[in-house]
Design a protein around this ligand. Sequence first.
Ligand code: ADP
Ligand code: MG
Length: 349
Amino acid sequence: MYLDRLLGLVSVDMGIDLGTCNTLVCVRGQGIVLNEPSVVAVYKGTNKVLKDGQAVGWMAKEMLGKTPGNITAIRPLKDGVISDFEITEAMLGYFIRKVNGRSRFIGPRVVISIPSGITAVEKRAVFDSAERAGARKTYLIEEPVAAAIGAGLPFAEATASAIVDIGGGTTEVAILSLAGIAVCESVRVAGDDFDEAIINHMKKTYNLMIGEQTAERVKIEIGSAAPVGPETSMEVRGRDMISGLPRKTVITSEEIREALREPIGAIIEAVTRTLERAEPELAADLVENGITLAGGGALLRGINVVLTNATGLDAKIADDPLTCVARGTAIYLENIEEWKDTLETDMEA
Ligand code: ADP
Ligand code: MG
């Protein structure tokens, strides 16, 4: 233990939010030092990662638009499960090495937040990847716990708090108390599904095919879950499904809200289902403490309003919801001696 402290002075402590959309790394004393898409470029039709780490994160994303034919992008955690271990490992390894620097001879201690829905085999794969990437010590933490810590919830106290983390591929709903998860649910409906609902709406209503990035832009610019603020409109471009030619049209915030109704409804259901499963004493605490929203999806206008209406509880958005989990992992690492026994996160090699 003493040696570990000593090593701590010369090595890096990293908290990693391994998200379905974005991976963030938070280093003690430095804050968020890496924030890149969880994307890996591979040769089309294979799972072969492009040579070196040249094909991960921003570089993979940038490469995509410009490279014809034989290269494609994979989001290995897209649905909150690890679709390909090798690709996930390549990605995680690249990020760890990028932050740690090649010259450092003592490996970092890393805490990685993982979706609460993943299997033991997947956990093991994440753990092993970190070790192979040079981590001196690796801890795994469930994402809702990291989100709660990052949001400053009293997660270790004898009072319940509720966290709803709406990411790209999954939404995690959890009720925490005494440093543990009392009830949780992970559903595969989140930000990506909002984009998809917009794509489908454009097809159905305008016979217009739009790309994923355009759909995401529409969501961020004019999307909402409830009528908050003035209604707006924007112009979108795509390809006409009948003529096959490029075309543009104007859409309104009202119609996009309508298009998002279904995925939003699924998230509301997941939240109410989880609340219904909570013990009465925990439920009673939530009347006081409310629900806290984290993840990029928490930034959708009015999402707190629909959740407040549906549950009768005060739903508030965490500060900087996109970095909440990463900041939580770093805080966890600072307090690891105190928390590691209560939180079942240590996976001894
Ligand atoms: P993950 O943890 O799964 O990687 P994030 O928490 O990084 O996901 O959130 C990514 C999702 O948040 C994406 O679907 C993205 O489109 C969405 N998002 C980001 N900013 C906004 C915004 N301002 N309004 C609505 N959605 C947003
Ligand atoms: Mg996340």
